[in-house]
Design a protein around this ligand. Structure first.
Ligand code: NAD
Length: 454
């Protein structure tokens, strides 16, 4: 592929290693996004009626905050880090150099189609890489504006966009990259990992999962309902860290259901379809898949649909069977199953039934219970007494584990993720301690006893 060759040559020219060059690129990107913020909101609205507030908060302003942080801290993050030396090597100075990998491929999904292109791209550029970006074909208006922004800001040998669907993605994946950053489903994540393995290319896989939301009988129920409804129905449930299903203590189940209904109505009114704050499903295929999941289920609330614009109302489902379509895998839409538990075994069985999820949420005022869930189960990240907010603190790394992915980014973690840590020891010549050379005269006892030898 011509563009990859051009990017390799450009990377080899050493220009991306220059900090002033990187900083200028980030600043230019910031300016262009600020300039086009309204047009970006329009593109996301045209793609799936994403409300402007959500686009500003979760896409443009989120990305601009990442940019500002990277611009401010670039020099600090990029400078070689001094580490203390060891006795064996004394006298020496020991360092970690942050080395860009080279040519990076970034493949993005459609659910946050702007943020999930630019948040990783910022890390890649800040760390001194070149990048090719493939936005999702499912959000064509956003894909177009991403293309326009990148073409305006960057030379193609530095950053390029390749638009298209699965075939384009596969063609890109057949090339040898120095790093691949993929956000999308676990199914496609496996394909990406396999392609990368052929070239021993390191990867970050930001995948999905079936995120449990546990509500115990000590929870502040009304507040819990409000925070669950917000996190679940934001972007019409098409959020990788949205709660997927609720496990609620049977003592508070009815109270929670009533509070959830009130919260949905308070957020979107009696007729959700006319609410300006509710997103549509991204396309017909996804819409039909979600409708099919509702077949034969006990709907407690919602369930209304409109084929003309892929509308599915916030929907609560009572006690779906473990082997139902709804409980097979990630729902990724505005359907919230509610399952009662009476003992910890039920919670344990649900949580361990699926691979490690991207997020887990606990609503409880019992610290012991909160801690038990945090420490006993593997998951990407989560929150106690809230949902989704773990993504909003740039000091916290964001990523999955096991089935929900490999690697984490945001803030400084993005810079670190796109940098190889190159260990360098600079040795002095004025002394050459004979310790390590044969013939080995050092008493063996000393190897075990001397502190800081290694
Ligand atoms: P997807 O895996 O279908 O597609 C993601 C990207 O991969 C797209 O650009 C697509 O063109 C490409 N692709 C699709 N099939 C491919 C194939 N066979 N070979 C090569 N490339 C292929 O995912 P999606 O439907 O766009 O997004 C939804 C999924 O993404 C959900 O599972 C969600 O949980 C996950 N997600 C994860 C995060 C995260 O940060 N961990 C964020 C958003 C979404």
């Amino acid at each position: 592929m011509d563009i990859l060759k051009r990017q390799r040559d450009f990377f080899d020219s050493q220009q991306t290693k220059n900090l002033a060059f990187r900083k200028k690129a980030l600043k230019d990107l910031q300016k262009e996004i600020e300039l086009r913020e309204d047009a970006i909101c329009d593109a996301l609205y045209a793609d799936f009626k994403k409300p402007k507030f959500e686009t500003l908060a979760a896409e443009t302003q989120f990305v601009l905050a990442e940019l500002k942080l990277a611009i401010k801290n670039l020099a600090l993050w990029a400078r070689p880090e001094r580490k203390s030396g060891t006795l064996l090597n004394w006298p020496s100075s020991d360092w970690i150099y942050k080395e860009p990998y080279g040519s990076v491929l970034i493949i993005a999904p459609w659910n946050y189609p702007f943020q999930l292109v630019f948040a990783p791209l910022i890390g890649a550029i800040a760390a001194g890489n070149t990048a090719v970006v493939k936005p999702s074909e499912a959000t064509p208006n956003t894909s177009r504006i991403v293309q326009e922004i990148i073409t305006t800001v960057f030379m193609p040998e530095h950053v390029s966009v390749v638009e298209g669907g699965v075939e384009v993605s596969q063609r890109l994946l057949s090339q040898k990259w120095d790093y691949i950053f993929f956000t999308g489903s676990t199914r496609v994540g496996k394909i990406v990992y396999e392609s990368a393995a052929k070239h021993l290319t390191p990867v970050t896989l930001e995948l999905g999962g079936k995120n449990p939301c546990i509500v115990d009988d000590t929870a502040a129920i009304n507040l819990a309902a409000k925070r669950i409804v917000w996190g679940k129905f934001l972007n019409a449930g098409q959020t990788c860290i949205a709660p997927d299903y609720i496990l609620v203590h049977s003592r508070v189940k009815d109270k929670l259901i009533e509070a959830l209904k009130r919260s949905i109505e308070h957020s979107f009114g009696k007729s959700v379809e006319t609410s300006p704050d509710y997103t549509r499903l991204v396309d017909e295929k996804h819409y039909n898949g979600l409708k099919a999941m509702l077949q034969g289920e006990a709907i407690l609330y919602g369930g209304e649909t409109n084929d003309s614009d892929n509308f599915l109302a916030p929907t609560l489902v009572n006690e779906p069977k473990v082997d139902s379509k709804l409980m097979e895998g990630e729902i990724f839409g505005p359907i919230l199953p509610i399952i009662a538990y009476d003992n910890h075994e039920v919670i344990h069985n649900y949580i361990t039934r699926y691979g490690k999820p991207l997020a887990t949420y606990v609503f409880s005022t019992n610290k012991k219970f909160q801690n038990k869930i945090i420490t006993e189960y593997g998951f990407g990240g989560g929150a106690i007494n809230d949902t989704v907010i773990q993504i909003t603190n740039k000091k916290l790394p964001f990523g999955g584990v096991g089935a929900s992915g490999i690697g984490a980014y945001h803030g400084k973690s993005s810079f670190e993720l796109f940098s190889h840590q190159k260990a360098i020891i600079k040795k002095a010549n004025w002394l050459d301690a004979p310790l390590r050379y044969p013939p080995y005269n050092l008493p063996l006892k000393l190897i075990k006893k001397v502190k800081h030898l290694f």
